[in-house]
Design a protein around this ligand. Structure first.
Ligand code: ZN
Length: 158
């Protein structure tokens, strides 16, 4: 899976599983093919070296706020600015942002790229998965923005 981590503490399995289960639950059949096309980078939203954050605009055009996870999704490139933490509440915020950007990624090249995600931000369904969290397997409930009505239309799209 082409994910590059520029972080120290983030649980890689949690990020991978969030991406995987978001795609699978939104009817992306060829997960491997999908992921091979994408270059995904995970950054620490509080990284002091990344002073250039000031010039970056999120997928919907906002500035990056160091207090909360954000993301930039372009054609086959995704940059995720996340809490570099293993804290369970921070992990949940991170996961929600990763899921959100994957939704944008699924809709890229369609008229619903931004609005399809934001208009359905409270229209969600839940999937769950297990991941290894340092000492034990932990069950995680992933709340997914329901963009299935668009992904069904797009199933035959490249
Ligand atoms: Zn968005």
């Amino acid at each position: 899976m082409p994910i590059t981590y520029h972080t120290e503490h983030i649980n890689h399995r949690m990020i991978q599983q969030t991406i995987f289960h978001t795609l699978a639950n939104l009817y992306i059949r060829d997960l491997k093919g999908w992921l091979e096309k994408w270059d995904i980078h995970v950054w620490d939203v509080n990284d002091t070296r990344t002073a250039y954050f000031g010039h970056i605009k999120t997928t919907s055009g906002q500035k990056i706020n160091p207090d909360m996870p954000s993301g930039v999704t372009g054609k086959y490139r995704m940059d995720l600015y996340l809490h570099d933490s293993q804290n369970v509440f921070k992990a949940r915020e991170n996961s929600d942002r990763v899921m959100h950007e994957v939704c944008h990624a699924i809709l890229i090249g369609t008229p619903d790229f931004v609005s399809g995600v934001h208009n359905n931000i409270n229209n969600r369904f839940t999937a769950s998965f297990w991941y290894w969290d340092r000492f034990k397997y932990t069950k995680f409930y992933l709340s997914i923005i329901d963009i299935r009505k668009y992904t069904v239309q797009n199933l035959n799209r490249d």
